[in-house]
Ligand binder design. Sequence first.
Ligand SMILES: [Zn+2]
Length: 80
Amino acid sequence: MSAIALSRKAVKLMKLCDLEGFQSLDDLLQTAAADSVCPAICMTEGCDYTAAMEPDQDQGFCEACGGNTIASVLVLVGLI
Ligand SMILES: [Zn+2]
């Protein structure tokens, strides 16, 4: 895994926190871990579409850009 991919994940994680109204990544993860669906975000550059997805989803369909590019927050942080 390249440094570029990692930093994009970090950027997307922070964006997801922001869009979902969480103060910190910890708050977001606690909510995600306690539910059957969890916050997810499109990984496409420039597309920040968010949706509720299965916790292990890493290629969910993005209604905004049409790609199978949505990854859940748990996938992004590498817990799954
Ligand atoms: Zn998208």
